[in-house]
Design a protein around this ligand. Structure first.
Ligand SMILES: Nc1ncnc2c1ncn2[C@@H]1O[C@H](COP(=O)(O)OP(=O)(O)OP(=O)(O)O)[C@@H](O)[C@H]1O
Ligand SMILES: O=C(O)[C@H](O)[C@@H](O)[C@H](O)[C@H](O)CO
Length: 186
């Protein structure tokens, strides 16, 4: 099973992902670690990434998902995955760039999602997340980029095998909700 924790910058992906990885003993992949340095520099300067900037990065993350699924292991991937196209790139790789894409190796297609890959979307208001990122220290992402993250965001539909979690809840409620959904899928 692959759990992809998604949402805008500052929605709590790293906090939730680290907690669950520790608790469940699942390997954790931090998507930010796979950005080319040009992307990190851009974001640090407050310049939003474009589809072109994100595509090679998402394809790299797709390779990780494929590898983990082929090995049959459980893993957590932290990735903003803001647009539907990005989630399709994660699931189906380059095939997602063509209109009719097939099924990724080792997984059955469930409408727009893939059996074995659950998206957990951390949903919160601009105001709440802005407060959290402004209080956060030592992070490369410029808080000024938050509006562009919301502009790009396309919340996942249920056909994408996605769970939406309200980030006003406490960390223990959020992680318990994700765990319950995971157990139903395992
Ligand atoms: N449920 C929560 N309740 C209170 N504070 C939270 C909650 N979730 C996250 N935070 C705090 O909000 C801030 C942003 O969280 P975090 O860094 O995990 O977000 P992120 O989505 O990984 O961000 P980025 O994508 O920019 O790396 C952190 O300071 C974190 O401690
Ligand atoms: O798609 C994007 O714009 C990026 O992934 C950003 O979301 C950051 O990497 C991440 O949130 C770190 O702050």
């Amino acid at each position: 099973m692959i759990l992809v924790i998604m949402g805008v910058s500052g929605s709590g992906k790293t906090t939730v992902g680290s907690f669950l990885s520790e608790k469940l003993g699942w390997t954790l992949y931090e998507g930010d670690d796979y950005h080319p340095k040009e992307n990190i520099e851009k974001m640090g300067k407050g310049i939003p990434l474009t589809d072109q900037d994100r595509t090679p990065w998402l394809l790299l993350l797709h390779d990780i998902i494929q590898r983990e699924m082929a090995a049959g292991t459980n893993a957590i991937l932290i990735c903003s995955a803001l647009k539907k196209l990005y989630r399709q790139l994660l699931l189906f790789g380059r095939c997602a760039l063509h209109s009719s894409h097939g099924v990724a190796e080792g997984g059955a297609r469930v409408k727009d999602g893939l059996e074995g890959v659950l998206f957990a979307f951390l949903q919160g208001s601009f105001q709440l997340i802005q407060e959290r990122v402004q209080a956060r220290r030592g992070h490369f992402m410029s808080p000024s980029l938050l509006q562009s993250q919301f502009d790009a965001l396309e919340p996942p539909s249920s056909a994408e095998n996605a769970l939406t979690v309200d980030i006003q809840k406490s960390m223990s409620e959020i992680t318990a909700e994700i765990e319950r959904t995971l157990s139903a899928h395992l």
